[in-house]
Design a protein around this ligand. Structure first.
Ligand code: IPD
Ligand code: CA
Ligand code: CA
Length: 259
């Protein structure tokens, strides 16, 4: 199957699974590692449906998924990295800003990704080397300077011990930029940057399923993506810091963060 066909398969599976989110009723949150780390039956059902559809078409596929702990070999020939619901806390609270994120990785390189926000019917997609798209239309990062840019950020809610460091950076970004946005879904933050709606996004801790699809989409839209110290993002399943944005906003932010 070509990468384009795999991307189309991912898009169809995400649209089908999104119906589960849109028709969800009585959403009960179960805690995982703490009160900010929650899962619902819908996270599991969305993931199961995605895995079933992808396996039907590609029986050899391996998976690296957030729920149910399916973590196959990351260097597999055909691997899907799945965040079934990114923004689960929003989902639980009826704050309609969550998405489904699926990346296709082959031998350690992400080749395609799709992030779908069912509430706005926004499908963000990219194939490596082929540009980034929102509902089929090309998207690009903004050329707005930091002083006039919105900056998305995350609070790394599963590591509250980093709150001081997080909020110090947020204060710096707020003062140097126009304003902050903390919307609660990392994959959508990356797509927000890709669509030129914000100049950058940063957070002190993310997981591979949060960023695998979104980083490809952002990079294909012209963003530079790295850890907060400017190193390449790791694709080994560790949980790095992240900074993504237009080249000029990222370099301005790195200066401001270093002061
Ligand atoms: C979380 C969201 C949140 C971000 C966290 C992520 P989840 O993902 O993307 O915005 O701050 O770092 O873990 O748990 O809702 O899939
Ligand atoms: Ca997530
Ligand atoms: Ca999730």
């Amino acid at each position: 199957m070509s990468t384009a066909e795999i991307l189309s398969l991912i898009r169809c599976a995400e649209r089908e699974a999104a119906e589960l989110m849109l028709h969800a009723r009585s959403i009960l949150a179960e805690t995982k590692t703490g009160k900010r780390d929650v899962v619902t039956e819908y996270d599991r059902r969305v993931q199961e449906l995605l895995m079933r559809r992808l396996k039907e078409a590609l029986p050899e596929a391996a998976f690296f998924c957030e729920e149910n702990m399916q973590r196959d070999e990351l260097a597999a020939e055909t691997l899907f990295i799945i965040d079934p619901i990114d923004g689960t806390m929003n989902f639980v609270h009826g704050f309609h800003h969550s998405c489904i994120s699926v990346a296709y990785m082959s031998r350690g390189t992400v080749l395609a990704g799709a992030v779908y926000n069912p509430y706005l019917d926004e499908m963000f997609t990219a194939e490596r080397g082929g540009g980034a798209f929102l509902n089929g239309k090309a998207i690009h990062v903004t050329d707005t300077p930091l002083a006039d840019s919105l900056i998305c950020c995350g609070t790394s809610p599963y590591s509250p011990e980093r709150a001081d460091q997080s909020f110090d950076l947020m204060k710096k970004a707020f003062l140097a930029g126009l304003d902050l946005r903390r919307e609660g879904a990392a994959a959508l933050d990356l797509c927000t940057v890709a669509a030129g709606r914000a100049g950058a996004y940063f957070e002190l801790q993310v997981s591979l399923w949060d960023f695998a699809a979104g980083v490809l989409i952002a990079e294909e839209a012209g963003a530079v993506c790295s850890t907060l110290d400017g190193s390449p993002l790791p694709y080994d399943g560790s949980r790095p810091t992240i900074l993504a944005g237009s080249r000029q906003v990222v370099s301005a932010l790195l200066r401001v963060f270093g002061e």
